[in-house]
Design a protein around this ligand. Sequence first.
Ligand SMILES: *Cc1c(COP(=O)(O)O)cnc(C)c1O
Length: 390
Amino acid sequence: MLEDIKTQDKTYTMHTYKKFDAAFTKGEGATLTGTDGRTFIDFAAGIGTSSLGYGDKEWVRAVCEQAEKYAHCSNLYYNPVMSQLAEKLCKKTGMSRVFFCNSGAEANEGAIKTARKYAFDKYGKDSDRNIIITIKDSFHGRTVTTLSATGQDVFHDKFFPFTEGFIYCEPDEKNLKKIIDKHVCAVMIECIQGEGGVNILSEEFIRAVRRICDENDILMIVDEVQTGVGRTGKFLCIENFGINPDIITLAKGLGGGLPIGAFLVSDKCKETLLYSDHGSTFGGNPVVCAGANVVVDKVSDKKFLENIVQKGEYLKAKLLQIPEITNIRGLGLMIGADLKTKTAAEVASECVNKGLLILTAKKSLRFLPPLVISKEEIDKGIEILTEVLK
Ligand SMILES: *Cc1c(COP(=O)(O)O)cnc(C)c1O
């Protein structure tokens, strides 16, 4: 059965992904069942998207009930499921307004448009105030513009011409100060770089970005596509660092497994994008928002968040006991670790063959399990990883 699926996939879909040898029929909690009946412990959550794991009763009910009522009707009409989610997100984060879209890249595109429009409105076209500073080793998406925003040279190839107006900065205050001038309209960071290797930026630098942006009327954009909605044990990762950005982008975990993106703006730029400035046909889709409403409710619970921190500590402590593993880092259930001798890619595929789904980021292993993973599931996963690393 898996062989047939593979043949069909290879024949009819573009070969843009390197795939592990597995396909699934169902899941429960943080455990998936394969087409061959084998079970897999999930340390990946579909790249941090299946935040409530699989089969969460309330999430499934909300999504199914909305699908039965109506699935979509566009943004030409009011959509109470979306406005309810917007209110929740604003009240939760202290931001003023939300725009919904369908992916992380699209959310970042919106953030970039907002930053440029803010400077355009305030300083005029002739000011050429449109440069956005991003950080070395960042990742912001796969559209032509978000590839440009991504601070890794490997992504700036093949698809010329790329969108202009991005400068890359080492995550240190001196460097940032050197680059800042009157042409800069925004600085965009991930507090923890996900795809870039699970690199935590220093609190000192993150606070410096806020301060320098304030001093120069530059917008601070924080890409929380991977870190947001509970992943680090706080609703937003910025809460770990005590700063408030002007724009926050969300996606991955927000939908609990359905595609959604969002960018949230502070009071300062709540009137920047107005009628005809932006749009998204599927943005705020009611079925997706019904699921996201459940995710936001659950992840807002203090106990739920504390549990994420505890399970993260538990997982880190277990990793510490594996001799082949070194340099364990991360917050909550966003964890990276390095390997002494083996490559992350080979370990990941051996793990899948033995029943553990795990991610890599550059040369590191990356752990983004469903936020609801149980200690028993962590134990089982660690057992497999230990076996592979023997
Ligand atoms: C995954 C990711 C993106 C891109 O999200 P897509 O939904 O794949 O477009 C952007 N930024 C960060 C930090 C991400 O982790």
